[in-house]
Design a protein around this ligand. Sequence first.
Ligand code: DGP
Ligand code: NA
Ligand code: NA
Length: 211
Amino acid sequence: MARGKLIVFEGLDRSGKSTQCERLVSYLTEKGVPVKHRRFPDRTTPIGQMINNYLQGQTEQEDHVIHLLFSANRWEAVPSIEADINAGITVIIDRYYYSGCVYSAAKNNPSLSLSWSRHPEEGLPRPDLCLFLDISAEDAAKRGGWGEERYEKQELQDRVRQLFADMRATDDGSDFVTINAGQSLEEVASAIRQHAESCIEAKLDSSPLRR
Ligand code: DGP
Ligand code: NA
Ligand code: NA
């Protein structure tokens, strides 16, 4: 049996990522493609609840500690992701280790660089396709105010945007297929469907997930 594919959505808060991720999952499900929808952070596990409390400002965590918790929250899902993929199910994830690296590095902690932040993520299954929803500062601003959570502040988001751009020059960034998220919902969805369907149709039967 052909293995499933690993498809990841990335982008800033307010890039439309979660909406587009849900739309792709519904579209493929209706077409009869076996898919599983996940998101990180997965707030349902004990580690995820610690992350949720931190994001909501109820607890404080040292910068490296919260970084490692976000990473652990991905690692704890790996057996389940691998089982799905080996069973022929395509796993579609809203955020992954790319967010993990840039949001931590955006804190400007001198001992938490983009390259330091990459280490705990080493060995996680590498996506077959990473859809990067790119939006300009102006377009993001038009979409209304930030929410209440810890990282939803203009200054931090500006650094996140810059770090995603820096990441494009690294090996991780070579995974990105950039989608212009400033287009209409329909245009964005259609571009995403094209990339996702050619990824799913690509024959990788004998090639394992990369690491
Ligand atoms: P979301 O549920 O997708 O809105 O994500 C919650 C927030 O957490 C969002 O501002 C992005 C941030 N985030 C997601 N993954 C990570 C991670 O691995 N590390 C850090 N530091 N932040 C992350
Ligand atoms: Na958010
Ligand atoms: Na979201």
